[in-house]
Design a protein around this ligand. Structure first.
Ligand code: SF4
Length: 370
């Protein structure tokens, strides 16, 4: 398990190591034919900020070689904003006074039809953690209702057991996104003061359980702004690397969620600059050529355009972050979307930059007879 590997590191030592890397260490990393963990640490260090240009050239070269000029497009569908957890950075925190909504069958169909009508074929289903309102049965029912509209459905919901992930898989889910939020146990306990999410290890094992259940892709990430981002990105990279080595049939992706304005007005530990975000992305691409890199509509339009040639492989478009938000504007968002362009506008921008928006890269019928 990745937990065994993670527990062999002392976070403070790793942080000190990253922050002590010199320009010479970065130059050695840039010239390395096979990148080591130490090289990865050097690319994430403050010393590497001067080297963002050569890193960008290399990340661009690797991405073009491995992924061509393609950007996979997806959109989220929020099923419910009910949540029994109290994550201090999240708008759905159980203590926040927001209108709580769990979509009815009719509303689920309406939202799915709306999203499908935008040309979206890759769907990400999102909920909070509230077993009474949104349990396994609710999820299965929702999947049955919308299955026919999408060629690929992923989930970003509460962590499940392997058996429960298998139920999701048998009902058409082929991908899982599960951010650890932070790889520091103390910080994790501080920002998750109550609720089931307090269980650090249960969450940490989640991506492995998902890969064991058969998901075609699994996404990991840390919430940028909770703790020293360089150290968090280092452990995110190790987590992805562990999954790539142990679950070769599953495509691993990394996301870069920066803390955004949300109900509850949480103040981040540090402000993540655009340079910090870019450097993190470039370092991941150079460390692991085949990992997918995901940028959502949390990022502003101009930033997303600038990131296009730097290694990104998947982007959301036209997103709404509240249940029922596609059919009608509501309160009760998880966070504020920054890039508010429509799917069509966004895809036109991608094409104008010489990239192909990929609306469909998978069909469930590929599994028939497997
Ligand atoms: S981050 Fe997830 S689990 Fe935590 S309050 Fe928000 S929706 Fe609930």
């Amino acid at each position: 398990m990745f937990q065994n590997l993670l527990d062999t590191y002392k976070l403070k030592e790793v942080q000190d190591f990253i922050h002590s890397r010199s320009e010479k260490d970065v130059e050695l990393a840039l010239g390395a034919s096979k990148m080591t963990e130490e090289d990865f640490a050097a690319l994430l260090s403050p010393a590497a900020e001067k080297f963002v240009e050569p890193m960008a050239e290399e990340a661009h070269r690797i991405t073009k070689q491995r992924f061509g000029n393609t950007i996979k497009i997806y959109a989220p569908l929020y099923l419910s904003n009910e949540c029994t957890n109290s994550c201090v950075y999240c708008g759905f925190n159980t203590h926040n006074q927001i209108p709580r909504v769990t979509l009815t069958k009719e509303e689920i169909i309406q939202e799915a039809q709306h999203i499908a009508g935008l040309g979206i074929k890759h769907l990400l289903l999102v909920t909070g953690e509230s077993p009474k309102q949104v349990g396994i049965d609710y999820m299965v029912e929702a999947l049955e209702l919308i299955n026919k509209h999408f060629s690929s459905m992923a989930i970003e919901v509460f962590p499940m057991s392997t058996e429960e992930y298998k139920i999701m898989y048998d009902n058409g889910v082929d991908g899982l996104t599960l951010y650890q939020e932070t790889y520091c146990r103390e910080k994790y306990a501080e920002v998750h003061p109550a609720g089931k999410k307090r269980d650090f290890d249960w969450r940490l094992h989640g991506p492995e359980r998902g890969a064991e259940a058969g998901f075609r892709f699994v996404g990991v990430g840390s919430l940028m702004g909770l703790k020293d981002f360089r150290t968090e990105q280092f452990f995110t990279g190790l987590h992805a690397s562990y999954l790539i080595k142990n679950y070769w049939k599953t495509h691993i992706t990394i996301s870069f969620p920066r803390i955004r304005k949300a109900e509850g007005n949480f103040k981040p530990y540090e402000i993540i600059s655009d340079t910090n975000l870019v450097q993190s992305m470039l370092a991941h691409r150079m460390f692991q050529s085949d990992v997918g890199l995901v940028i959502s509509t949390r990022e502003p339009a101009q930033m997303r355009e600038n990131l296009l040639p730097l290694g990104v492989t998947q982007m959301s478009a036209g997103s709404k972050t509240e249940p029922g938000g596609y059919s009608k504007e509501h309160d009760g968002k998880q966070f504020e979307v920054e890039d508010k362009r429509s799917v069509e506008e966004f895809c036109n921008m991608i094409r104008s930059k010489g990239y192909d928006p990929v609306m469909k890269d998978w069909d469930r019928s590929f599994l028939l007879g497997a």
